[in-house]
Write a protein that binds this ligand. Structure first.
Ligand SMILES: Nc1ccn([C@@H]2O[C@@H]3COP(=O)(O)O[C@H]3[C@H]2O)c(=O)n1
Length: 244
């Protein structure tokens, strides 16, 4: 399974970069996790849009969905040009799918994310867990037929469910929106220390810190996480690739 960071910023993208977006590839399957601002452009460095199978949207904040409707237009045009033959499946975690602004059901099939369900795409399965955030928000677990597993937190505050959901994962991609000194500022996000604590309790193989703040020294985030978690910790960056 290949994991590529398309965008790792919280809130807004820095120059030529993107907010949340992660590409998962396994055999011929290509799946996008979140589609924030700048993701649609950056994604095309790695895949042709007509080859994308499925998108999972963890919650409806702009830094996770801003390019989602542009992706619908892209799909429409690619299908009209005959470059793409099947509609794009987009799974969304939200209260009410009817409030979304997708316009072309013949090009984009929108599905609710069901926390009880497993979605199979090629030889991967996707499962979900509820987070703590100020809108409905879920974490995503990707498991390959080879028995490897990556968990992506989406946006969450500290909660037992993300620890349980991440237990034994090979790679844990955890949001780290805040430095330890900011603890309590927003209970829907993690500090780096909390991210390290979750990684340690979940006994994950390695931790990737993402959804990064636009200030401070990101090496400080790694130091804060490493005071809880003694395995490998990396900062996400645009174009980062991992084989799992
Ligand atoms: N006090 C705050 C509040 C919000 N934020 C960032 O803004 C983003 C809004 O969408 P989000 O996905 O909840 O992530 C938030 C933080 O990155 C932040 O950095 N500080």
């Amino acid at each position: 399974m290949e994991f590529t960071v398309i965008g790792h910023w919280g809130a807004y993208p820095e120059t030529n970069e993107a907010t949340s977006g992660y590409l998962i590839e396994h055999k011929s399957s290509k799946v996008l996790l979140d589609c924030g601002s700048g993701v649609l452009s950056g994604l095309q460095n790695y895949v042709m849009l007509e080859d994308l199978d499925t998108v999972f949207i963890t919650h409806l904040h702009a830094d996770h969905i801003a390019d989602m409707y542009s992706l619908e237009f892209a799909t429409l045009i690619l299908m009209q040009m005959g470059k793409r033959t099947t509609p794009l499946d987009i799974y969304v975690y939200c209260k009410d799918l009817t409030k979304l602004d997708f316009c072309y059901p013949e090009y984009v099939k929108v599905h609710p994310i069901d926390l009880q369900a497993t979605v199979a795409i090629g030889d991967m399965t996707f499962t979900f867990s509820e987070n703590i955030h100020d809108v409905p928000s879920c974490a995503v677990k990707v498991s390959s037929s080879e028995g490897k597993c990556l968990v992506y937190s989406g946006d969450t505050g500290y909660c037992q469910s993300i620890i349980e959901f991440s237990r034994g994962s090979d790679v844990l991609v955890l949001e780290s929106s805040f430095y330890n000194v900011q603890k309590g500022l927003n209970n829907g996000h993690l500090t780096a220390g909390e991210a390290g604590d979750i990684a340690a309790l979940a006994q994950t193989g390695q931790l990737i810190l993402t959804h990064l703040p636009h200030y401070g020294d990101h090496n400080q985030l790694v130091m804060e996480a490493s005071s809880h978690f003694d395995r490998q910790i990396q900062l996400a960056y645009c174009g980062m690739k991992l084989t799992i």
